[in-house]
Design a protein around this ligand. Sequence first.
Ligand SMILES: NC(=O)C1=CN([C@@H]2O[C@H](COP(=O)(O)OP(=O)(O)OC[C@H]3O[C@@H](n4cnc5c(N)ncnc54)[C@H](O)[C@@H]3O)[C@@H](O)[C@H]2O)[C@@H](O)CC1
Ligand SMILES: [K+]
Length: 502
Amino acid sequence: MILEYIVTGNEMKLLDDTTSQVFLVPSVVLMEQAAAGVVRELVACFDKSKEFAVICGRGNNAGDGIAIARLLNQAGYRCMVYYAFGTDEAGSELFELQKNIYARYGFKVVSDIECVCKSDVIIDALFGTGLKRAIEGSLADVISSVNKTDAYRVAVDVPSGVDSDKGHVMGCTFKADFTYTFSYKKTGLLLWPGCDYCGLVKVVPIGIDDHSFCGNLPSVRALDESDLKKLDNRPAHSNKGTFGKLLVIAGSRDMAGAAVLSAKAAYKSGAGLVKIITPECNRSIIQCALPEALLCTDIASAKALETELEWADAVVIGPGLSKSDNAKMLVETVLKTAEIPLVIDADALNIISDNMTLLNEHKMPVIVTPHLGEMSRLMKKSIADIQEDIIGVAGEFACLYNVTCVLKDFRTIIAAADGEKFINLSGNCGMATAGSGDVLSGIVGGLLVQWRDTKKAAAYGAFIHGLAGDMVFDNTGSYGMIASDIIDGLDKVWIKVEKNGN
Ligand SMILES: NC(=O)C1=CN([C@@H]2O[C@H](COP(=O)(O)OP(=O)(O)OC[C@H]3O[C@@H](n4cnc5c(N)ncnc54)[C@H](O)[C@@H]3O)[C@@H](O)[C@H]2O)[C@@H](O)CC1
Ligand SMILES: [K+]
């Protein structure tokens, strides 16, 4: 998989330093390229009738902002600079340099925030990746004044007030319509709540590329639609056995739907054969809803389950399973005896959370797919604590239990035990609906039986799940979307894959 790297503010700082120190590109050259890149974008969006204002702090983010103001003026636009710390306080070396250059040209500087607020476009260069604490006092007043205007608001690199690593909001935060971020997306721009302040995020190249990692690759990456092109088409010479046999252990009395959704999503993701293990009372509903599924009901002993496990190439266990004694027996047997990869979801995770030693018993690769509530029970941490560092928590869990962890949230995080992580960027709020997780477990299971690669099945599974939801969004909107719509969207995703991503 060749994917887009997503970096933290600290990783970006290292990249800046390496580019200057190892590749000898002076920092000011990077800054000029950053400014020129933003100006190119602005000139493409706005004509010269618009008046611009740049609000500046005193670090290198402000250095970018002053250079942007200079280049806009030189291109015939009207642009003013507002120094939020005043003109006397010293700042970073590059800030001082850009301030002096700007002063030599004699372009406009204002000291009244009212002038800024009357502009058509307000550019935020108060703080970037160097934000260290909550924004307070007069700086917070500046931000709240500009946030109240009808101006277009553009953030340079990161909206001031958004923590570029974890996406926390630090006091008062600039509310951008566009964020032009440099070289790589920052994790904080993608995570909630920071993402709510970014508007449209666009990466502006500034001359820093993967060379600057010098072998120390960032741990977080993201898939995009171009990654669908890397998936192989199915071989023409094949039969249903070629694409794997998936056992879906799901459903309980009154919860037949979870089994149907998971098994159907697995079929719709290309699994060759899907067998559902469920209570007998679900037989007729499942056979009507999904006649393609094989069915095995009322498994009452570990021995009976072991025979079924021998048939399968992978297992999905948990959707709608309940926490009955029978469900506990099924979960324990699977974890202790299965010699095939597992996808563990929903109630199976709730059962495990009462006895975490079970998760040490697995012999084969395991993918767990908890939502925040399930993760809270598994880790004995509050949901708020998990949200504080969702990437870190997913990574910690993956390492602790040697599993691939798919931590489901607005941005699902996929963390492998080897430290590699993915942040999922597909999907929409319509997918926050009952059964959406059952569909995800089925997709991941369906991919797992075909690919036998847990990391790939988990990362692509989450991405394809979100993409399927995006594909049906125009038909359903967010209010009308239900889990079966997401399954309908899978057809569109796979047609895209078979047309080589087009
Ligand atoms: N070579 C480089 O280093 C490059 C850096 N670039 C820009 O530089 C930015 C990072 O620059 P810096 O590291 O100078 O950081 P910032 O410009 O984000 O701000 C750092 C300054 O703000 C102060 N500060 C932090 N939080 C504060 C708060 N809550 N209240 C008041 N003061 C606070 C710090 O003490 C420091 O003086 C990037 O976001 C990017 O825009 C770009 O020009 C590209 C090249
Ligand atoms: K900024």
